[in-house]
Write a protein that binds this ligand. Structure first.
Ligand code: NDP
Length: 247
């Protein structure tokens, strides 16, 4: 197992769910964390619960869909934060469960811009530094939705199939360098994801978990921790993890 002491880890979507759980697990390792999301106040609340010094945390209020903002955020990181070792491309969302021929264009654009283009922007601006420094690891949050579709899942499933293809493609492109790429593809995880999907309709959101014991954000953070702490010659390409009772 490799040490994460003083490694710089950037987590997108750290204000909630899986991203926040990643912040919690990595905060105990001596790593330096760059926590990114649009809701700065949620990041600040999270930091108050972590047992870390201010030297270990750098917050970025960032909309991953805004390419210029991503470029500026990465290129203006203070020198002591700029050599990112691990990028966790976690920011993502689903909107609606509508039939494709009835769906809302704005929902599609939000999913594609966040889940695909946002992930690409972060990757494009951070991976060159990893290649030139000769070390790095990109972890992309895919989903079981990248492997199978379900009614109304159409565009969300397409974005996660794209994440899977991007992870595999990036791995190919980085052959010959020590930079690693992993796709972590969960089934159902209980987070704010369902509330966001149904635009704050919490009753509808709760029904999603009926009959299933969903994964917790900590289950996913554990797997990510495992992947990034393997010996440098080991690349875990993809992990699919599901609740025992999810089909
Ligand atoms: P949450 O809704 O709890 O968290 C999503 C995070 O993404 C939030 O921190 C949110 O922060 C951030 N985010 C959304 N849009 C943007 C944006 N434009 N710019 C920056 N940050 C953004 O959901 P999860 O933790 O469950 O989801 C995390 C990832 O896991 C997603 O990629 C999701 O697709 C994937 N996943 C989730 C599953 C589940 O069942 N929950 C299953 C499989 C995969 P903010 O709003 O502050 O910007």
């Amino acid at each position: 197992m490799i040490s994460l002491e003083n490694k710089i880890i950037l987590i997108t979507g750290a204000s909630s769910g899986i991203g926040a759980a990643c912040a919690r697990i990595f905060a105990g390792t001596g790593a330096k964390l760059i926590l990114a999301a649009r809701r700065l106040e949620r990041l600040q609340q999270l930091v108050e619960t972590l047992h870390v010094t201010s030297l270990q945390i750098h917050l970025l209020q960032l909309d991953v869909c805004d390419r210029a903002a991503v470029e500026s955020a990465i290129s203006t990181l203070p020198p002591s934060w700029s050599d990112i070792d691990i990028l966790i491309n976690n920011a993502g969302l689903s909107r609606g469960l509508d039939k494709l021929h009835e769906a809302n264009f704005q929902d599609w654009e939000e999913m594609i811009d966040t889940n695909v283009k946002g992930l690409l922007y972060l990757t494009r601006y951070i991976v060159p530094g990893m290649v030139s420094r000769g070390r790095g690891h990109v972890v992309n949050l895919g989903s079981i939705a990248g492997h199978q579709t379900y009614p109304g899942g159409n565009v969300y499933c397409a974005t996660k199939a794209a994440v899977r293809a991007i992870s595999e493609g990036l791995k190919q492109d980085l052959l010959g360098t020590p930079v690693r790429v992993t796709s972590v593809d969960p089934g159902m995880v209980e987070t704010e994801f369902s509330d966001v999907r149904f635009h704050g309709d919490t009753e509808r959101a709760k029904k999603v978990y009926q009959g299933v014991t969903p994964l917790t954000p900590e289950d996913i953070a554990d797997v990510i921790f495992f992947c990034v702490t393997r010996s440098p010659h080991v690349n875990i390409n993809e992990v699919v993890l599901m609740p025992v009772d999810q089909a």
